[in-house]
Design a protein around this ligand. Structure first.
Ligand SMILES: Cc1cc2nc3c(=O)[nH]c(=O)nc-3n(C[C@H](O)[C@H](O)[C@H](O)COP(=O)(O)OP(=O)(O)OC[C@H]3O[C@@H](n4cnc5c(N)ncnc54)[C@H](O)[C@@H]3O)c2cc1C
Length: 373
């Protein structure tokens, strides 16, 4: 390993890979380090794989802006690179008591610049999705699904093609701020090594706030603890009821237990919200009861015995249960005062959709422009 690199990215999830690929394509010398033996083993491979359209987030929030910009960039990238994806569209279904809330959601989407939604009557919904029961729905034609492993493989290929390096089985241990950047300690196979870098990008996902505590020179008073909200998924076997993604109305805890599709049309349901203290991805069959009742609100004929515990992912939350959802925090020097350090905090959904737009923003904050090399 070289003793100095221009930019070091901590974490090879979809966001770290996107950041490194943009920096590498713009001529920066960049390493990405990952503690596991391969990229994308944590949240990036434990999600719904949905390309969101930007409906739900507060207007002018980073989530709304980066989702909408990121969606277009991601579709373009998928088309250029032949990444498997489908613009399958999504229904947000409202029951009788939720019609006012549906109107509000429509307004919020328009305020966010999502202008392609169609308001559908009960009959129009039945024509598109005969199994769905609702009073009305919003149809989002630009929502889609992506094969996230295919996407991450392409990002990795881009990094390598532009002389960047993905270093797996290597853990970030600590860093110290110096006059020219950072002295970083890394651990590979129980051996510590030193590396210096001019710029450091913290894309450590669930571990991003803990990572900050190990950067000596980062203002201590900014440190805080993370919250984790697990999302469990159940697969639906023996039937493929829907052609589109089907979401209930969002609630305070999240988007509601919705139906998402795999590339082959297989349906799965989730994620719910379970606040946890530890990272534990096990899913218990006992949660199925809650899933049956939530899903039967909009799909009454869900057969008994068709749901099976599948997998879970964990959301990196900046605030705890009962508090209003936090925005993405993308902290540069102007926020914390440390030159060359960018922290990506609370990158929960729609982080996959927004990944290329987040990478563009990081590149801008690091003053890396297409013509800067
Ligand atoms: C249940 C669920 C459903 C979701 N659904 C969607 C969706 O449908 N659409 C959407 O747009 N978004 C969705 N998201 C959000 C999306 O999955 C995340 O925003 C995105 O994957 C975050 O990527 P990341 O690279 O920031 O984090 P991660 O994928 O967690 O990557 C961080 C990486 O850093 C590594 N790391 C951590 N600490 C260290 C260290 N000390 N040294 C070295 N490496 C380290 C980890 O091993 C990991 O690989 C969902 C999230 C969840 C939890």
């Amino acid at each position: 390993m070289s003793e100095h690199v221009d930019a070091l990215v901590i974490g090879a999830g979809v966001v770290g890979l996107a950041v490194a690929s943009v920096l590498a394509r713009r001529g920066r010398e960049v390493f990405v380090i990952e503690r596991h033996s391969a990229s994308g083993q944590e949240t990036s491979s434990r999600n719904s794989g949905v390309i969101h359209s930007g409906i739900y987030y507060p207007t002018d929030s980073a989530k709304a802006r980066l989702c909408i910009a990121g969606k277009d960039q991601l579709y373009r990238y998928c088309n250029e690179r032949g990444i498997k994806h489908k613009r399958c569209g999504k229904l947000i279904v409202a029951q009788e008591m939720q019609l006012e809330q549906l109107q509000q959601l429509h307004k919020k989407a328009s305020a966010n610049g999502v202008n392609d939604l169609e308001l559908l009557s009960r009959d129009e919904v039945t024509q598109r999705e005969p199994a769905v029961r609702c009073a009305a729905a919003l149809f989002s034609p630009s929502t889609g699904i992506i094969d996230i492993h295919d996407y991450m493989n392409c990002l990795e290929a881009d990094i390598q093609a532009h002389h960047g390096l993905l270093i797996t089985n290597t853990r970030f241990v600590s860093a110290t701020v110096t006059d020219n950047g950072f002295n970083v300690v890394l651990n590979t196979d129980n051996d510590n090594t030193d590396l210096s870098c001019r710029q450091l990008v913290n894309c450590a996902g669930l571990n991003a706030l803990e990572t900050l505590k190990k950067i000596h020179g980062y203002p201590v008073m900014r440190n805080r603890d993370a919250f984790f909200a697990k999302g469990n998924y159940f697969s639906c076997q023996g039937t493929k009821p829907f052609k589109h993604l089907v979401y209930p109305m969002p609630n305070e805890a999240g988007l509601g237990v919705h139906a998402t599709l795999d590339m082959d049309g297989t349906t799965r349901f989730g994620p719910d919200v379970e606040w946890v203290k530890q990272i534990d991805y096990s899913v218990t069959e006992a949660r199925a009861e809650q899933f049956y009742s939530a899903i039967r609100e909009y799909w009454p004929s869900l057969p008994d015995g068709s749901l099976h515990a599948a997998y879970s992912g964990i959301r990196p939350k900046l605030v705890g249960p009962g508090q209003p959802a936090a925005d993405f925090e993308i902290e540069g020097t102007e926020v914390h005062g440390v030159p060359g350090l960018i922290n990506l905090l609370g990158i929960e959904s729609p982080g996959l959709t927004a990944s290329l737009a987040i990478a563009e923003l990081v590149s801008k904050l690091l003053c890396v422009t297409p013509n800067s090399h």
